[in-house]
Design a protein around this ligand. Structure first.
Ligand code: KIV
Length: 268
């Protein structure tokens, strides 16, 4: 059987142009990464959600650069086809574009990631262009950005008020113009996410953002139904009724491609 070509930023952009939906899952170790890569998941995200699902913290804030570098290295060893994104942890990129560059370079050089993810809107645009100009692809993250949980007063849906929606429109345009290769849109009304998707050139990946985005991401442990605490309303247990983890992941990929996931029950 011919081997598939590795997924690149160019291919993700071509998928948006063709209207082919992109699947993405979080993952933190070699064995699960191997299953996801084999199942055809296009993007593996080493999310700082590892602070909650792996380490048992209440938020993602305690996650360190060492943690993300270590887990990214485990994941990238398994990847043949998927593109690997490493999440920049709280405090590793907000200080200055230069410190963001040094930490992002570590995630690519030592961790083996192909892209880094940064939470935040227009305020991060200068940092995004600083990294992009130096050869580091960046994924932005808008909406419910978990590193701002204290600012939001909890894990709450964002962009419900018109003024907040307008700010998200400005944020999306600003990250797109700064050269972000992807945008994650988390926990926002479906209409707003669709609107943002149509207004930017970068592919958008939704989580709790309806079916109008260019792709979908879930936290792997929510998809498998094994996180012992409450999972968000928008997540779905794909392991229920399936014979294996691989089958659950393949079903997620097929449902995303066919536009069956998310349905209105798993959207805002
Ligand atoms: O850290 C993470 O897993 C994430 C996804 C939920 C998008 O940021």
């Amino acid at each position: 059987m011919a081997s598939k070509s590795p997924i690149t930023v160019t291919e993700l952009s071509a998928m948006k142009s063709r209207g082919d939906r992109i699947s993405c899952l979080t993952v933190y170790d070699y064995s699960f990464a191997h299953v996801l890569d084999e199942a055809g998941v296009e993007i593996l995200l080493v999310g700082d959600s590892l602070g909650m699902v792996i380490q048992g913290h209440a938020t993602t804030l305690p996650v360190s650069m060492h943690d993300v570098t270590y887990h990214t290295r485990c994941v990238s060893r398994a990847c043949r086809t998927a593109l690997v994104i490493a999440d920049m942890p709280f405090g590793s990129f907000q200080g200055s574009p230069q410190s963001a560059f040094e930490n992002a370079a570590c995630l690519l050089g030592e961790g083996g990631a192909h892209m880094v993810k940064i939470e935040g809107g227009a305020v991060m645009a200068q940092t995004v262009s600083f990294l992009v100009e130096r050869g580091i692809p960046v994924c932005g993250h808008l909406g419910l950005t978990p590193q701002s949980v204290n600012q939001f007063g909890g894990f709450r849906v964002q962009g419900r008020q018109e003024s907040a929606a307008e700010q998200l429109r400005r944020d999306a345009r600003s990250l797109d113009e700064a050269g972000a290769s992807l945008l994650i849109l988390e926990a926002m009304p479906s209409d707003l996410a669709k609107d943002l998707t149509e207004s930017v050139s970068a592919p958008t990946i939704g989580i709790g953002a309806g079916s109008g985005t260019d792709g979908q991401v879930l936290v792997l442990y929510d998809l498998l139904g094994i996180y012992p605490k409450k999972s968000p309303k928008f997540s779905k247990n794909f392991l229920e009724g399936k014979g294996s983890v691989a089958e659950a992941v393949r079903t997620f990929v097929e449902d995303v491609r066919a536009g069956r996931f998310p349905d209105p029950e798993h959207s805002f």
